[in-house]
Design a protein. Structure first.
Length: 175
């Protein structure tokens, strides 16, 4: 999305992502995120705007990798949630997260993202929090699927967007 926005607006675009749930940020619980921009000066400037005592901001120039990590981790979180809903254990979830990260890296690399981005906050960091947290909309939707609810039942009872469902279609098209 940042590539399209940069072309339309003819100015640098920045992307903020990483393992942070709004519920915890609002309570000033410490977290770390990454802000990416092709313009390193821009990301450093934004870093100073966002950073505070509990909200640590790192910088990157890999907008594509940060965006892919932020979107595709939701698919893996749904799978992790399904595993939880089916009653499988931590071993299974660890395998899903690890193999999911591998697939995320392969797709990202094929699209031109930096491999290292996926071992950072918007890759493995986002995966861990989204696949394991009770705050995660996508993991919770997966749990419901694992318990036998249908996609439509989940959407009817959710006041939040479960973007991982749509991300599945996008990931298939990208691959």
């Amino acid at each position: 999305m940042s590539m399209i926005a940069e072309e339309i607006l003819n100015r640098p675009i920045s992307v903020l992502s990483g393992p942070s749930h709004a519920e915890e940020v609002a309570k000033a619980i410490p977290c770390a995120v990454v802000i990416a921009s092709k313009d390193n000066f821009e990301s450093k400037k934004l870093q100073t705007y966002f950073m505070n005592d509990f909200f640590r901001v790192y910088t990157s120039t890999d907008c594509l990798g940060v965006e892919l990590g932020g979107a595709l981790k939701n698919i893996i979180a749904i799978a992790a949630g399904i595993s939880d809903g089916l009653g499988y254990g931590d071993n299974t979830k660890a395998a899903i997260i690890t193999r999911g990260l591998n697939e995320l890296k392969k797709l990202g690399k094929a699209l031109g993202a930096n491999d290292e981005t996926f071992t950072g906050l918007s890759g493995i960091g986002d995966l861990i929090v989204t696949c394991t947290s009770n705050h995660s909309r996508n993991r919770n939707a997966g749990v419901q699927l694992g318990l036998g609810k249908t996609y439509n039942q989940i959407l009817e009872n959710s006041m939040m967007v479960v973007e991982g469902i749509d991300n599945c279609d996008a990931a298939v098209k990208l691959s």
